[in-house]
Design a protein around this ligand. Structure first.
Ligand code: P6P
Length: 299
């Protein structure tokens, strides 16, 4: 079985990026451990979006921050759980992350995940997703897996009982197929265009696969090699709830590298400029044909 290190070497990942991936891997291993064993009590605090934080959110954020602080190659970090980016030093790499996406699903024992985007920048403001040099998601489900890309291919690794990651899927590709993850369905109450699109998927007998966790839902599209995840805005939240920097851009990098696509309905996610860290965006991501269908249906 090929190890995490074997594959990074085969993909001619630089020594420096190898080191950053190792820090992310170490953080994922520790988060995987605490997700399985920690309580699900609230931390008594809220993040900048006014969402109640679980002690687990705060703990996962601390695990990642502590790990990245140990790596001199990482000069800048930004966390969905923190109000601002944090300068750590002169390292050339900038890592943005959502430490525990979908954490409200932990208490009902559904899969949750971590999302990382890696850049070579001195600030995230002004960044575009297509500047990412790497992206990695971790899925804490029945198994702990990571899916990553450094811009050459998309690979999945599974954490074994020896606490080591081994290659589970090499060179992941997304084709076309009838599977849909229609987020923010409440929007059909005000958006006839989204109603028509969901109606199309239902009439065409698409398989519904929506858990409420962006990471497992998009991980499923990557591993099944087909499908569409949609999360539109509507009413007084025209851009929806998902964050461009911390969630959508890293996901778009992974899915695009696997031959899929990601759009906000008009512009490719990877082309959108991060104007502020908490910027939201609608997102339609998955099979190319399905993203095109979303752009056609949705005005
Ligand atoms: P809704 C989880 O809270 C999250 O940020 C994403 O992981 C997920 O795709 C989305 O929100 C779910 O939103 O409106 O279905 O609860």
């Amino acid at each position: 079985m090929k190890t995490f290190c074997d594959c990074l070497n085969e993909n001619a990942v630089s020594e420096e990026l190898f080191s950053v991936f190792t820090s992310l891997k170490n953080a994922v291993k520790e988060i995987s451990r605490v997700v399985k064993t920690s309580g699900t009590e609230k931390a008594g605090t809220q993040n900048i979006y006014g969402e109640d934080q679980l002690a687990l959110d705060v703990l996962a954020d601390k695990i990642i921050m502590d790990e990245l602080k140990k790596n001199p190659l990482v000069g800048l970090v930004a966390s969905e759980e923190l109000p601002d980016e944090v300068k750590l030093g002169d390292g050339e790499y900038a890592v943005c992350y959502d430490p525990l996406d979908g954490s409200s699903l932990v208490d009902v024992n559904l899969a949750v995940g971590t999302i990382f985007g890696v850049y070579k920048r001195k600030t995230f403001v002004g960044a575009k997703g297509n500047e990412q040099v790497a992206a990695l998601i971790a899925v804490y489900g029945p198994r702990t897996t990571v899916v990553l890309t450094s811009g050459k291919r998309v690979q999945e690794f599974v954490l074994g009982s020896d606490n080591k990651f081994v290659l589970a899927n090499d060179d992941i590709k997304i084709e076309e197929g009838k599977m849909f993850a229609p987020g923010n369905l409440r929007a059909v109450s005000e958006r006839a265009d989204y109603m028509n699109l969901v109606d199309y998927w239902c009439k065409e007998k698409y398989t519904l696969r929506y858990s409420g966790g962006m990471v497992p839902d998009i991980n499923q599209i990557l591993l099944k090699g087909k499908g569409i995840f949609s999360y539109p805005g509507y009413g007084d939240v025209p851009d929806g709830k998902l964050r461009l920097l911390f969630e959508c851009a890293p996901m778009a990098f992974l899915v695009t590298q696997a031959g899929g696509a990601a759009s906000d309905g008009n512009v490719e996610i990877l082309e959108k400029v991060v104007e502020k860290l908490d910027q939201r965006t609608p997102i339609y991501i998955g099979s190319k044909g399905e993203v095109e269908r979303c752009c056609k249906f949705l005005q």
